[in-house]
Design a protein around this ligand. Structure first.
Ligand code: DGY
Length: 320
């Protein structure tokens, strides 16, 4: 008998075709709306596999309802949406999709850094609003990227891909990580520093670390106070790593110069969120990995993981 799989969002047809060769598929058919909790609670009960997204909260109480779930395949590298301990206790395999999104996410991080530094969104709006009356010496002036100091917090795959882009702009590279990356230090001009030093010396502070209990609110009022007044904070990792109230105060008071945010504590971020009212904040709707090629690769990798686990083989990327 084929195993049954629940897919929590409408995925591309080529993914459905691959899964239905081996499984019976149940799917939340909408593309732009997350599966409601009560629906997920109902569906999880009798399935063998779950193909889910970072928008789905796979918590303890949900897993309690699963009677025969064998694998949770998350189509994301981050897995903070899943209660890993609860899954482990129930003997459920959890998988993720690292690697395939590394370069695309690093591209977006650097693009957001540049857009924030050079006020691209604000300038485009200035033009389309008809405010451009003349060229003037200090009009819409931003910060230089070339030759500036970048501080990368979290030197995993995406942090390392970001550092290559920074090197191309002759930036001075500081990094902070749980452990030193001596292999990278051999090949790149980069310096390991404590977090406080990174915050004090960087023109650009980029958050590239996973979201865990240890990194929740890693950047709060105390950390923002260490940053330079011309500094720019870029977050393409997870919203909860930066305390949003503290960030708002730091941006509003001019303690730091600007922020570029692709991620928020609550997503989608509310349109009346204070951070969205500030001119020195560039905001994006969590599009770090959003290239066609990468999103398809993520979906295929999540499918590989799912099918391997259902076939009692070791998935390509196992979290637990
Ligand atoms: C992830 O995979 O965790 C990203 O945030 C979305 O691509």
């Amino acid at each position: 008998m084929k195993p049954t799989v629940y897919i929590t969002r409408k995925v591309p047809d080529e993914i459905i075709q691959r899964i239905e060769e081996h499984c019976v598929i149940l799917m939340w058919e909408k593309e732009d709306m997350a599966v409601p909790r009560d629906e997920l609670e109902k569906e999880i009960q009798e399935v063998d596999g779950l193909f889910c997204l970072l928008t789905d909260s796979i918590d303890h109480s949900l897993l309690e309802k699963a009677k025969r779930l064998k694998v949770i395949s998350n189509m994301a590298v981050g897995y903070n949406n899943i209660d890993i301990e609860a899954a482990k206790l129930k003997g459920i395999t959890v998988t993720n999709t690292p690697g395939v999104l590394t370069e695309t996410t690093a591209d977006l991080t650097f693009a957001l850094l540049m857009a924030t530094a050079r006020r691209l969104i604000e300038s485009s709006r200035y033009l389309s609003n008809g405010e451009w009356q003349t060229w003037s010496p200090m009009q819409l002036t931003g910060q230089d990227v070339y030759g500036a100091t970048i501080g990368i917090i979290g030197m995993g795959r995406i942090g390392a891909a970001l550092l290559k882009r920074a090197q191309g702009f002759d930036m001075k590279i500081l990094y902070h990580n749980r452990s030193r990356k001596l292999d990278l230090e051999k090949n790149f001009s980069m310096t390991y520093v404590e977090l406080d030093q990174l915050l004090k010396e960087s023109d650009y502070v980029c958050i590239m670390t996973p979201y865990t209990p240890d990194t929740k609110n890693l950047i709060g009022a105390k950390e923002l106070a260490l940053m330079k007044s011309n500094a720019i904070l870029i977050n393409t990792a997870r919203g909860g790593i930066v305390n949003e109230d503290a960030l708002y105060s730091a941006l509003q008071s001019g303690q730091i110069w600007a922020a570029g945010l692709d991620v928020f504590e609550e997503e989608p971020v509310a349109l009346n969120h204070p951070l969205l009212t500030l001119p020195n904040v560039v905001t994006l709707p969590h599009i770090g990995s959003a290239s066609i090629k990468t999103r398809l690769q993520m979906a295929h990798l999540a499918t590989d993981n799912l099918l391997l686990a259902l076939n009692n083989q070791t998935p390509k990327h196992v979290v637990v």
